[in-house]
Design a protein around this ligand. Structure first.
Ligand code: AMP
Ligand code: ZN
Length: 146
């Protein structure tokens, strides 16, 4: 049961068993289920039971258990479909392609010669940044903002 359910959220409904899903693993803090529109066989989503929209919203303990569960799930998904590798990723925010506003980790099995792309392909045109701009950006990240 989610302790902070959003009644409009499809993943909260899956967590609470109100809509069907092919659940593959459950822990006290996470649920993993097959993506309904898979990019590859074995495409699995791992979600925290609690409703949080963005990665930065996750309490530290939830974040830790989420990644821990991803670590458990990855070899299982890989073995289940005899994959050669996997992409693990989060669309965080609508600009990044997030459609369901409940944090979820995509685990996407990959196969030699499957015609897909690495995670480097997700962004737009690569920026041409000067040394000074790179220094400014590194400083801003270190400070936690501009
Ligand atoms: P994102 O763009 O990262 O928000 O991805 C949302 C993912 O959720 C997509 O890959 C969808 O195929 C998947 N999805 C949406 N509704 C369901 C559902 N009811 N059960 C399983 N997966 C779903
Ligand atoms: Zn939710």
């Amino acid at each position: 049961m989610s302790s902070n359910r959003d009644d409009d959220c499809i993943f909260c409904a899956i967590v609470d068993g109100d809509i069907p899903a092919r659940i593959v693993r459950e822990t006290d803090h996470t649920v993993a289920f097959l993506d309904a529109n898979p990019l590859a066989p074995g495409h699995t989503l791992v979600v925290p039971r609690d409703h949080h929209e963005r990665v930065a919203d996750l309490p530290e303990a939830v974040s830790e258990t989420l990644f821990s569960e991803v670590t458990q799930l990855v070899p299982r998904a890989e073995a289940a479909v005899d994959a050669d590798g996997l992409n693990v990723g989060i669309n965080d925010g609508s600009a990044a392609g997030q459609e369901v506003p409940h944090v979820h980790v995509h685990v996407v099995p990959r196969f030699d010669g499957d015609g897909g792309a690495p995670i480097h392909a997700v962004a737009g045109e690569r920026p041409d940044l000067s040394e000074a701009e790179l220094d400014d950006i590194a400083d801003a990240i270190e400070r936690g903002g501009r």
